[in-house]
Design a protein around this ligand. Structure first.
Ligand SMILES: *[C@@H]1O[C@H](CO)[C@@H](O)[C@H](O)[C@H]1NC(C)=O
Length: 407
């Protein structure tokens, strides 16, 4: 009992290692080293140097954006300032510069004829059927005189109803307005903070400079006309229909280098390219109203349909820094992958090389049942039931194993 227990323990504390076959062939030798070189250079060149697999990466960038637009425009005999054309006024990362306005003044609550052609009618019955909800109010079901020549359905709502298919001018001065962007970012994993107002920026710069991708890539003041141009758009047609322009600020930082190398990169594009091509809903517009009260207490309003350019400041980025865990994992992966080369070499060696049969015979040893039984004679565990018969024989296989295609 005790001795068998000891042998179990002895069996456990052993080390197994694989037996190798060395093939002295130039062809397979060159292929083997070439494949290994390829794998090693892939890991060193792409995985480690280009993809920086030795770094841990923080992709959850935290960011705040403050914007401020400056400039004066002229629109329908009025000088427009920031408070007139920027909405919302809080300086958020998404804001609209209004470039075109269709104004309907002195609207009061009441009953009036609709003024769009699809509401034309001959009798009250024409106004009872379900009609489009694009009008200026709720249909009362009556057909009333619009003017001396034709009649339209009557609505209840803000009267007179808006006429929005009129041609109005565009405030082209908006092209020369400037946009100041203040952006602070933080990478929480490394507790790293930075802003787009770089330390070498002086007060003088901030008054004079204008952003340019090559000449002034870190100037935080951008001319609206330039932004639209960098996004490959035409300012006057964009101001006419309205549209959405993305201002992207990218922070891709390698924190193994000094902090000065962590810099913002600006890029621009049109975000609503769908509406650019669409025939049914082109551009971007919205309505808002200003409400007033007369001395006698009745309320009236000025309705505005505004066309404008919406700017979305989008901040993205990630930061990497050396860390031992990804370094170890990727190093192990690199070493393991070098072994993949043997799969390819085995396929070539056992199938396509001259003398493949001899290589197969050397690589795969065939052990028959008879040989097994003769072996048990020397194996103490199976000593009890030995049944030796026939001559002792060892054969070399010519076809076995996963890498042989059996050609
Ligand atoms: C913008 O400014 C330039 C130079 O100051 C001026 O020549 C140009 O007419 C301005 N553009 C508009 C649309 O007012």
């Amino acid at each position: 009992m005790f001795s068998s227990g000891m042998s179990c323990v002895a069996d456990f504390f052993t080390y197994e290692t694989t037996k190798s076959v060395v093939v002295k062939s130039w062809t397979i030798g060159v292929i083997n080293r070439a494949v290994q070189l390829l794998i090693i250079s892939y890991f060193i060149g792409w995985v480690f140097l280009h993809e920086k697999a030795y770094q841990i990466r923080d992709t959850s960038i935290e960011s705040s954006v403050v914007t401020k637009v400056k400039g004066f425009g002229k629109y329908s005999n009025r000088v427009m300032d920031t408070a007139d054309y920027v909405t919302p006024p809080q300086g958020t990362s998404v804001f609209v510069i209004i470039t075109k306005l269709i104004v309907t003044e002195n609207q009061v609550q009441g009953f009036c004829p609709e003024n769009q052609s699809q509401y034309k009618c001959k009798s009250n019955n024409d106004c009872k059927r379900p009609v489009p909800t694009t009008g200026g109010g709720i249909l009362t079901g009556r057909c009333v005189n619009f003017n001396a020549t034709f009649r339209t359905c009557e609505i209840q709502g803000w009267c007179p109803a808006e006429v929005d298919n009129v041609a109005v001018p565009v405030m082209l001065e908006a092209e020369n307005f400037t946009l100041f962007i203040k952006n602070s970012i933080r990478f929480p994993l490394f507790n790293f903070e930075k802003g787009n107002l770089l330390p070498n920026l002086t007060t003088e710069d901030i008054q004079k400079c204008r952003f340019h991708p090559e000449k002034q890539p870190f100037c935080p003041i951008l001319r609206l006309g330039d932004i639209v141009k960098f996004a490959d758009q035409n300012f006057s047609s964009l101001a006419m229909t309205g549209g959405i322009i993305g201002i992207k600020i990218g922070w891709v930082c390698d924190l193994d280098h000094s902090e000065e190398h962590c810099i913002p990169r600006y890029s621009f594009n049109r975000l609503d390219s769908v509406s650019e091509k669409s025939k049914v809903s082109r551009g971007y517009n919205f309505r808002y109203a200003k409400y007033y009260k007369r001395e006698n207490g009745t309320e009236f309003r000025t309705l505005m349909k505004a066309y404008g350019i919406r700017f979305d400041v989008l901040v993205y980025g990630n930061a990497g820094k050396f860390n031992i865990i990804p370094t170890l994992i990727n190093t192990v992966a690199a070493f393991t992958s070098v072994g993949v080369g043997t799969v390819l070499c085995d396929i070539i060696l056992l199938n396509f090389l001259k003398g493949a049969d001899q290589y197969k015979a050397k690589k795969f040893e065939e052990v028959s049942e008879k040989v097994l039984q003769s072996d048990t004679a020397t194996n103490p565990v199976y000593q009890s039931n030995q049944m030796l018969e026939g001559p002792y024989e060892e054969k070399h296989s010519t076809d076995s194993g996963a890498f042989s295609l059996g050609l």
